[in-house]
Design a protein around this ligand. Structure first.
Ligand code: DC
Length: 228
């Protein structure tokens, strides 16, 4: 199905789990755009680049060579021949990435990479914060996933504990709320639903239920397109 699906929403709303599963069901590519901002943050920290320097981060963004490698369970993220899939989920990256993603120059420089990935043959499910509003404004299906901050923090906490990180739930909640504030208040492409997005509160829903709804939306849209 050559369809473009945009999935946006705040941290912990279940975007990547849902996007990955929907992409698998529709047999199209999956692109996690958060991983692009995370990889840039990781690369900056590794090189000792100041996170206060928009220009240096913008230059680093041009050099970032990111590859998404499909994998059964999880998509692998490689930068310059190095597997960063796990590293970019580290709490130090989560704590700093919203600052990096708020710089207009960084967003501008990462736009082309994302548009190229969106145009890849055969359809795509892309998740992030500004996919429906900016990266794929003409996407066939736009979904904005949300959930209460408490539910989102608990989901993130469970995920991190499972990966072996030692954290407290209040700390995860505080960081998530901080990140929401930065993402929503930045000048360029702030986190908000596109005017034509379907907004889904996933608090009372299982992952399977959310995926079924998104797949149903895609099927309806694709039938309408074919019938035109
Ligand atoms: O989805 P995530 O938690 O991996 O996203 C990491 C950060 O990147 C988050 O603070 C928001 C930012 N981001 C963004 O600004 N635009 C996107 N399209 C994707 C992520």
């Amino acid at each position: 199905m050559a369809i473009q699906v945009a999935i946006d929403g705040p941290a912990g709303a279940g975007k990547s789990t849902v996007a990955r599963s929907v992409a698998r069901q529709l047999q199209v590519a999956y692109v996690d755009t958060g991983a692009i901002y995370r990889s840039l943050t990781w690369e900056a920290l590794r090189r000792g680049v100041s996170l206060d320097s928009e220009r240096t981060l913008g230059d680093l963004a041009v050099e970032l060579k990111i590859e998404f490698i499909p994998n059964d369970e999880q998509q692998k993220v490689w930068v310059r021949g190095e597997d960063l899939t796990e590293a970019i989920r580290m709490p130090v990256i989560s704590a700093n990435v919203a600052k990096v993603a708020a710089y207009p120059l960084v967003r501008e420089r990462l736009l082309a990479i994302q548009r190229t990935l969106a145009e890849g043959a055969g359809g795509v499910v892309m998740d992030g914060r500004d996919i429906g509003t900016r990266i794929m404004p003409h996407a066939d299906v736009k979904v904005f996933l949300t959930a209460s901050a408490g539910v989102r923090a608990k989901r993130r906490y469970d995920e991190l504990v499972e990966q072996g990180h030692a954290l407290e739930l209040p700390q995860v909640l505080e960081e998530l709320e901080d990140r929401d504030r930065t993402d929503q208040s930045r000048q360029v492409a702030p986190l908000r639903p596109a005017a034509d997005a379907v907004v889904l509160d996933t608090s009372p829903l299982s992952v399977e239920e959310v995926c079924a709804m998104v797949v149903a939306l895609c099927e309806i849209r694709s039938r309408n397109k074919e019938g035109r």
